[in-house]
Design a binder for this molecule. Structure first.
Ligand code: UDP
Length: 248
């Protein structure tokens, strides 16, 4: 596995970033559900980036609780299963909000499916205003539409919020040419073009998400969310990650 650090020179300056946190990341080493230690660690990492004065918004997945496609495959109507998946992301968003507030990071949850007694409905300008006030905004319920994923929701919200970069926190510290957990010779890409990711089907995010990020020229930074402190580190141009953007 490549351990060379990615070094961008000079380090990029990000004003506003969106972090996509998959449900899988929130379950830590468990089989399903939420791992409170992992949720707390991610909250600390988010707080550390916010403390740098960077606007932060989050999109959370729900795969640790419910994945629509697999249930649809088992016989349930796809759209209904997808709505259940979107509700699962709200559970994760509330857990993350709680963990952030426990360390005094001001947050708001906005949901793409209105549920006013639980959280605010998604309103773009209001989300902007929250971030201007230094609050971390957590976007839940994906895009609000079945047949989509929270990766696509992340690319959509990053576009709407005018984010400088979309970060995808995964288990590994970037995109590899083979599975680094199975193949010790797997090499990590430092940079990749959007088209390469699409044509080689590199599995960074689904195609709809990559296409949206490409159209709106939002770089995608893939890094390990499992390593404490990595979120702030990669934003300063250090550490290990893969950057997906247009070829220079
Ligand atoms: N989902 C959906 N529309 C969206 C986002 C999510 O229908 O815009 C559903 C879909 O069923 C998906 C589930 O919510 O399987 C959980 O989201 P995702 O699989 O993206 O979560 P992650 O893999 O990031 O944990």
């Amino acid at each position: 596995m490549s351990k060379t650090q990615t070094q961008l020179n000079p380090a990029p300056r990000y004003k506003r970033v969106l972090l996509k946190i998959s449900g899988e990341a929130l379950m830590g080493n468990r089989e399903y559900g939420l791992d409170p230690d992992m949720v707390a660690q991610i909250a600390r990492d988010v707080g550390a980036v916010r403390a740098l004065g960077i606007d932060v918004c989050l999109v959370v997945g729900g795969g640790n609780i419910f994945r629509g496609v697999s249930v649809a495959a088992a016989g349930m109507e796809r759209a209904s299963a997808d709505y259940m998946g979107m509700l699962a992301t709200v559970i994760n968003a509330l857990a993350l909000q709680n963990a952030l507030e426990q360390i005094q990071v001001d947050t708001r949850v906005q949901t793409a499916i209105p549920m006013d007694t639980v959280a605010e409905p998604y309103i773009r300008r209001r989300a902007e205003r929250h971030m201007e006030k230094g609050r971390v905004v957590i976007f839940a319920a994906g895009t609000g539409n079945p047949y989509f994923t929270t990766d696509t929701a992340a690319a959509l919200r990053a576009s709407e919020m005018g984010c400088d970069v979309l970060l995808k926190g995964t288990k590994v510290d970037g995109v590899y040419d083979a599975d680094p957990e199975k193949n010790p010779d797997a090499k990590r890409y430092e940079r990749l073009g959007y088209m390469r990711v699409l044509t080689d089907d590199l599995g960074v995010m689904d195609h709809a998400a990559i296409s949206l990020a490409r159209e709106n020229q939002i770089p995608i930074l893939v890094f390990s969310i499992y390593r404490p402190g990595a979120f702030a580190e990669v934003l300063s141009g250090n550490g290990c990650y893969t950057l997906v953007k247009d070829e220079d």
